[in-house]
Ligand binder design. Sequence first.
Ligand code: ZN
Length: 420
Amino acid sequence: MKTLVRGGMVVSMDPAVGDLPRADVLIEDGRIAAVAPSIGHADAEVVDAAGKIVLPGFVDTHRHTWQTAFRGVGADWTFTQYRTAVHGTLKPHYRPEDVYLGNLVGRLEALSSGVTTMLDWFHCAARPENADAAIEALRDAPGHSIFCYGADGLDIAPEIRRVRALLPGDDMALGLRGPVVSTMDETVADVALARELGLRVSTHIHGTGGWPHGDRPIAGMRERGVLDDRTTVVHGNDLSDDQLAMLADAGCSLSISPDVELKMGFAPLATGRALAAGIRPSLSIDDCPSAGGDMFGAMRTALAAERGGVTTRDVLGFATVEGARACGRDTGSITVGKDADLLLLDAEDLSVFPVGDPVGTIVAAGHPGLVDSVFVGGKAVKRGGRLLGVDLPALRARLLESRDRIAAAAGVALDGSWKP
Ligand SMILES: [Zn+2]
């Protein structure tokens, strides 16, 4: 099965390929088979990319997708208010059906705005059935999804083993409670379990101390030998320069959530200090009650917050190649042999026309409305601005019902008047 994406403005994010003002991309058996100014392949299905920017799909390295039904309700909240409201007030009312709908619609929104690979950082884990529902939703949505299981509250080891049996490949990661929440001994035990089961780990670290093991979580993890190139630290705003250097030395990745970190008043983004320490970060959305779900917004905020310290090409790299690296996936650039995860952006929309520098345009002015087509593993999942094979009216109705039931059970209003 061959597909020829013809005549687009190609932004490859692979320095060896570069940017090609007008080029073809050949997809064969789900992978990129060739990129060149002109490829003649009469037996391929042709996708006309004239007037489109062709770029690799985005990678979101950390999103709490289950919260989708409460999109936007916490845009004025502090971190403490978010934690009280979402984790304290709403979460106890989630049933498996609610988890399923949040994860499914959230994954579809991400896909529609160009996120072809996404790590679902799942922590609505009061019962095993919730995890099962989350996984089912990720399987029902097209796109590469990684179920990152933060099974805090359950008997962790047997539950992680149970789910690992369901997800044997690289579609699972361990959401580490981590040194901010648990003791260093627990962290060491959790990482040992992850290593035994072949799982990458992801852990939140923000705040300035007062934790079970002292104020230097990364130094502590390094001392115990639990940092490696399968470790992702989320946020990391307050980490000292020497601890960022420890992450770099161990080959760890860093996931920055630009909008949520700034809005919730974490310290300034770690972007510049991470680069100085030798880490090229990835980007993530984190939570949609607080921030928009598309990577264009995340990129623009990352650029603005580090103005002068990063270029638009750096930032687009964070959202693509660096995300892929953080997830251990063979994607994130238009490179022969990689997964054909591609986006076609409308370069003739008035919000971006005329496109001179496509990278600058994508980062400074891009938005989900430009996403005309999305290909995952060479398969079209969105064409002409519409997701394929998805009954959105039915899903919208079910998500509204779920949201209203939870809000009623929790006794909260969603019109902006709720101040937790
Ligand atoms: Zn998070």
